[in-house]
Design a protein around this ligand. Structure first.
Ligand code: ADP
Length: 269
């Protein structure tokens, strides 16, 4: 029996044994009140235990996931560097650039993880101001024009003025994460950003998300196609951050998709 279980059992027994002594001489009515209080204490202790166990389970899962995410790039980096040091490989600019790229990916992963933890544990204070949602969408889209152009995609904007009170930078990050995915997972056609009041739609004509993957895309480290997403530089954490930031603003995020036809992400405030 674990220490926690012993503690709860011990407290329960103590209360049961002392109850008749404490309530001795009290009216029947008061004895019922004491019994009721005892039950409440015991049930809350049991619930706290269950919650504690769930927190521990999530923490363990998180550690395992992080270790797994770090192991693959670190192993590849180590292998490359060892081959370069042993003289098995020539230190060509391409090989050095690939190491540099891998380090960049690792750095981004660590930064994203730190941001996610800060949002989830509410260490981040939202700096809310009044602004026009259309301005934010225009500015975010402009940062992706070059990437879209490079892939031959049309980046279309159909936004209307809408006053909103939110954290400008954090909201910008939400739409950046959604837009960068839309471009990353679309090989031909277009990416469209449009809003209807405080509801924003980001639609693409890309590969789409399989129905069995759709319910999981906002989960940490989830990629609908692991190897492919990893090769595109995805850490599987961008949408988790977006969802956490939207939630922190009291909003909701939702995705619809059809494999081979495209996806639509809807953010509502
Ligand atoms: P990643 O960094 O891997 O893109 P995300 O958390 O941003 O991680 O997305 C999770 C997964 O959801 C991606 O790996 C991808 O499989 C899927 N996904 C997200 N957006 C799209 C999209 N617009 N089209 C197709 N698949 C998408």
């Amino acid at each position: 029996m674990t220490f926690k279980k012993q503690l709860v059992l011990g407290y329960g027994l103590l209360l049961c044994l002392t109850l008749p002594v404490v309530t001795y001489g009290l009216s029947c009515h008061l004895q019922w009140v004491c019994l009721y209080a005892l039950l409440v204490v015991l049930i809350s202790a049991a619930l706290s235990l269950v919650m504690l166990r769930e927190v521990n389970r999530r923490q363990r899962q998180f550690n395992t996931d992080v270790a797994h995410e770090l192991r693959t790039p670190l192993t590849s980096l180590r292998g490359t560097l060892e081959a370069l040091l042993d003289g098995v490989w020539e230190p060509t600019p391409e090989r050095l650039a690939s190491c540099h790229e891998e380090i960049g990916r690792l750095t981004k992963l660590v930064e994203d993880l730190s941001l996610l933890t800060n949002i989830e544990w509410e260490y981040i204070k939202l700096n809310k101001t009044d602004f026009d949602l259309a301005d934010l969408l225009k500015e975010t889209a402009s940062r992706f024009q070059a990437a879209a152009l490079q892939k031959g995609l049309a980046l279309e904007l159909d936004v209307q003025s809408q006053a909103i009170r939110a954290d400008y930078d954090r909201l910008g990050q939400v739409f950046s994460n959604i837009l960068s995915n839309a471009i990353k997972y679309t090989d031909a056609g277009s990416v469209t950003i449009r809003n209807a009041g405080k509801e924003v739609f980001v639609a693409d004509t890309g590969m789409g998300i399989p129905p069995d993957a759709l319910p999981h895309i906002f989960e940490r480290f989830y990629r609908s196609d692991g190897s492919r997403a990893r090769s595109t530089g995805g850490s599987g954490i961008g949408l988790t951050i977006a969802a956490a930031l939207v939630k922190a603003h009291g909003g909701a995020i939702h995705a619809e998709s059809e494999t081979g036809k495209g996806s639509v992400f809807r953010v509502r405030f």
